[in-house]
Design a protein around this ligand. Structure first.
Ligand code: ADP
Length: 163
């Protein structure tokens, strides 16, 4: 298993509820390297691009508004790029299942997430699901100069055999 990068977003529900520190502290347990971090005011364009694969879902508009902060009186998402051995899988495991009610209680979503009455899963964090998605998402949220390492396919051809 090679070293790899993953995108983590602390979503607006976590910001509104003052859970940023709790989430960062759980992520720190993994001892991954932070190679990018910033606060982002999320535009509709960015939120729609982030959730492009869910465009056909009935909850698409709601998750776009969720990511934009419209539902939580904040305009802020905090974005991290974490780097290390098996970073994507390890962060996903710590993050837990999409539905906070089904997520393991020791996971971030299981411990801190909740369901909105509309059925929206307010699950505190986003974490990339696989390497292709991680690269797509990182290039969407970060410019190369904002990262301490190059993480794209073309910039790390030596890792090709690990994909
Ligand atoms: P994940 O965030 O675990 O990778 P998805 O990419 O499938 O999951 O979904 C993106 C986000 O959309 C989820 O984090 C959650 O907030 C919301 N979501 C997913 N499925 C549903 C659903 N069936 N109903 C409401 N919201 C959902």
């Amino acid at each position: 298993m090679a070293e790899e990068a993953t995108l983590v977003l602390i979503k607006p529900d976590a910001i509104q509820r003052g859970l940023m520190g709790a989430v960062v502290s759980r992520l720190e347990e993994l001892r991954l390297e932070v190679i990018g971090a910033k606060a982002v005011q999320v535009s509709r364009e960015l939120a729609e691009a982030h959730y492009d694969h869910l465009r056909e879902k009935p909850f698409f508009q709601e998750i776009v508004e969720y990511l934009q902060g419209t539902l939580h009186e904040t305009r802020q998402v905090v974005a991290f790029v974490l780097w290390g051995e098996d970073a994507i899988g390890r962060v996903r495991e710590l993050t837990g299942a999409t539905n906070p009610e089904q997520a393991h209680p020791t996971s971030i979503r299981g411990a801190l997430g909740r369901m909105r009455t509309t059925g929206l899963m307010e699950n505190v964090v986003h974490a990339s699901s696989d390497r292709r998605e991680a690269e797509r998402e990182i290039s969407l949220w970060f410019k190369p100069h904002e990262l301490l390492r190059a993480v794209t396919r073309s910039a790390s051809r030596l890792d090709e055999r690990d994909r």
